[in-house]
Structure formats: C-alpha cells, structure tokens
Design a binder for this molecule. Structure first.
Ligand SMILES: NC(=O)c1ccc[n+]([C@@H]2O[C@H](COP(=O)([O-])OP(=O)(O)OC[C@H]3O[C@@H](n4cnc5c(N)ncnc54)[C@H](OP(=O)(O)O)[C@@H]3O)[C@@H](O)[C@H]2O)c1
Length: 228
C-alpha cells in the first residue's frame, strides 16, 4: 500500500520538489498550503495522483480541519513532513530585532510545527511505521561559530531541533528527525544559493522512504547525522 505523506508548505521550493519526487516514486503525497486553490494547482503539477489540503499551521481550526480531511480520505498518515517556515529578519541586527518579529517567527516555525504534530499524532498512530521529518536548518546549529545573519530565524530553528528531541521522547512509536536541506535556490534561499530545490529535498525523501527506523531523534544533512 502507498505510504501517505503530508508535506506542509509544499506549493513551491523544497516542499514542492519533495512532493514531485515522492509522487513519482509512488507515494500518496498530500500538498499543504495556506491557500487551498494553490495547493490543488501544485498537486496537479506534482502529478502521480497527489492530493492537496488547505493548511495554515498558525491556525488551530485550519490544522484540525486538515487532520479531519486526511483522516476521512486516508484513515492514517505514514509521514508528516513539517516543511513550512518563514524567514522575516534577513541580515537584521539582533540588538535592533523587534520582539514581535521573533514571536511571529517562533509562532510559525516552532509552535506551528508542534500544533501540526499534535493534531496528526492520532493518524500517525494508525501507521505501521510512522515518521515525522522536521525541515530545519544549519542556521539553528549550536555547534560551530555563532551565526548572525537572521537571528529570529536561527533561534527558531534551534528551538525546532529541540522540538524534534521532545517529539522523539513523546512519540516512542514514531521515527522523528530534523534535517537541513542546505542552501537552496527558493523564494526563501534566493537566487545565489548553490543547491537546487531538488537537491535540497534529497534527505527529506530518503528520510521519508528509506532511512532505517533506528535512526531517530537526530539532525541530518546529506543523509548523514550532523551535530545539533
Ligand atoms: N531555501 C534554503 O536555502 C533553506 C535552507 C535551510 C532550510 N530551509 C528550510 O526549508 C523549508 C522550505 O524552505 P523553502 O526555501 O522551500 O521556502 P519557501 O519557498 O519560502 O517555502 C516556504 C513554504 O512555507 C509555507 N508557509 C509559510 N507560512 C505558513 C503557514 N503559516 N502555514 C502553512 N504554510 C506556511 C509557504 O506555503 P504557502 O504560502 O503556500 O502557505 C511556503 O510554501 C523551510 O523550513 C526552510 O526554513 C531552507
């Protein structure tokens, strides 16, 4: 039976690249977007019978409605790819960062991811081999030199990595990991980035379909574990 895979924020960028490749490999992909029409158009473009769902990860009612829709359509969820994120403070100085910008960033990148994971946990519980993949970033790594280019975004991705560890502990039957796609040419990454969205999606796809379930509670890049 086809694995049922929900990718949040998958109308463009890395999420869409992952959706297209996973659909081509026979998965039942569901593309999430705040805009239902754009989600349906992206599903059509992705091919392979991909479905779509309207899903704003900052809105509890929207998340609950999406979980209800997918429950009715498929009765389970095998893979939840938490890909949605915002980056509002490119090259901002931390000392001038407005607290509201940090709160908005955390509300999407961290609280939104938790909200979706909570709402879909019962459907993941119906899968024989459930997985959660949190699309994080090297920007959130505590290892190495401090990064100063987008403080709210970096803080949110470090928090997302801890959320990955917390979800791993809270959901012992689910294989939960964080991954970094590398710097990719998307709306968020910009045109100077060295990687294509397809290249950025590779580890997500591997985690969704092939990675051993014993690999859990880790942070990965290029299919290998990296330091937090
Ligand atoms: N690009 C890079 O270089 C890079 C590097 C490291 C990590 N990442 C991570 O990779 C992931 C994908 O990034 P990308 O570059 O593909 O970004 P992108 O093109 O800007 O796409 C981000 C997606 O997030 C969705 N989104 C934003 N707010 C949302 C909300 N409230 N509810 C639901 N969806 C929401 C948007 O979907 P809708 O507008 O359709 O709702 C959009 O499709 C992100 O987690 C990002 O942090 C990217």
């Amino acid at each position: 039976m086809k694995p049922v895979i929900l990718i949040t924020g998958a109308t463009r960028g890395i999420g869409f690249a992952a959706a297209k490749q996973l659909a081509a490999r026979g998965a039942q992909v569901i593309i999430g977007s705040r805009n239902g029409r754009r989600a349906a158009e992206a599903a059509e473009l992705a091919g392979g019978g991909a479905g779509s769902v309207e899903l704003d990860i900052t809105d509890q009612a929207s998340v609950d409605a999406a979980a209800k829709q997918i429950g009715l359509q498929f009765g389970k969820l095998d893979v939840l790819a938490n890909n949605s994120a915002i980056l509002l403070d490119h090259y901002q100085n931390l000392l001038e960062l407005k607290p509201e910008v940090l709160l908005e960033t955390l509300n999407t990148n961290v609280v939104g991811t938790l909200r979706v994971s909570q709402a879909f946990a019962p459907l993941l519980g119906k899968s024989e081999a459930p997985r959660i993949i949190n699309v994080s970033s090297g920007a959130g790594q505590l290892d190495g030199e401090p990064q100063a280019w987008a403080p709210a975004y970096c803080i949110s991705k470090a928090a997302l990595n801890m959320l990955t560890q917390q979800l791993t502990a809270a959901l012992p039957h689910v294989t939960v990991n964080s991954m970094c796609p590398g710097w990719c040419r998307t709306e968020m990454g910009g045109s100077e980035a060295p990687r294509t969205p397809d290249e950025g999606a590779d580890t997500l796809i591997w985690l969704a379909l092939e990675a051993p379930h014993s690999l859990r509670g880790k942070f990965l890049k290029d299919r290998a574990v990296i330091p937090w």
